[in-house]
Design a protein around this ligand. Structure first.
Ligand code: GDP
Ligand code: MG
Length: 160
C-alpha cells in the first residue's frame, strides 16, 4: 500500500453504486460513471449484469414490507444494471450527495437524480447508505476475483 493509503486508512470507505435498468436503457452509463470519476473516487469493480430476482430481493430486504416492494423488484430486474464498487475517503456519504434525494423531484440540480430523473420509481442509480452496507452490498454483488486493488496515478494529486 502507498503512504497515502497507510496514513488515511481510517477514513477510506467503499460503497456499492449501481446504475439501474432505466439508466442503462436511457444511455446514461457514461454520464453517471463520469461523475464519480471526476470527483476523484477510485473504481474497484465494474460489470454489466442481469440481476436475478433473488438477488434483488436480498439487496432490498429492508424494504420487504413496503407496498412498492414488488414494483421495485420488477424494476431492478427489468434489464441489465451496471454494478460498481468505489473506494475513497468519505465515499459513502459523498456518493449519496452526488446521487441526490430518493425522489428526483426533491433532488438538487447538479445531482445525478436532480439532473437526470423525474420519478422515485425510475431514479436511475443506487448508492449504499452506510459503510457497513457498502461492504455488505459489494460482497453481495461481486465475487472476490471481480474486484481490483490498484493505485491510480492521480492519487497524490487528490489526497495530500
Ligand atoms: P435510496 O437509498 O435513495 O435509493 O432510497 P430507499 O433506500 O428509501 O429506497 C430504495 C429504492 O426503492 C429507491 O431508490 C426507489 O427506486 C425505490 N422506492 C423508494 N420509495 C419508493 C416509492 O415510494 N415508490 C416507488 N415506486 N419506489 C420507491
Ligand atoms: Mg437506500
Amino acid at each position: 500500500a502507498s503512504m497515502v493509503n497507510i496514513l488515511f486508512q481510517e477514513e477510506v470507505e467503499e460503497t456499492y453504486i449501481m446504475i439501474k435498468p432505466d439508466g442503462v436503457q436511457r444511455g446514461l452509463v457514461g454520464e453517471i460513471i463520469s461523475r464519480f470519476e471526476k470527483k476523484g473516487f477510485k473504481l474497484t469493480g465494474l460489470k454489466l449484469f442481469e440481476c436475478p430476482k433473488e438477488l434483488a430481493e436480498e439487496h432490498y430486504k429492508d424494504l420487504q414490507s413496503k407496498p412498492f416492494f414488488p414494483k421495485l423488484i420488477d424494476y431492478i430486474t427489468s434489464g441489465p444494471v451496471v454494478c460498481m464498487a468505489w473506494e475513497g475517503i468519505g465515499v459513502v456519504a459523498s456518493a449519496r450527495k452526488l446521487i441526490g434525494a430518493t425522489n428526483p423531484l426533491n433532488a438538487e440540480p447538479g445531482t445525478i437524480r436532480g439532473d437526470l430523473a423525474v420519478q422515485t420509481g425510475r431514479n436511475v442509480v443506487h448508492g449504499s447508505d452506510s459503510p457497513d452496507n457498502g461492504k455488505r452490498e459489494i460482497a453481495l454483488w461481486f465475487r472476490e476475483g471481480e474486484l481490483c486493488t490498484w493505485m491510480p496515478v492521480q492519487e497524490p494529486w487528490l489526497i495530500e
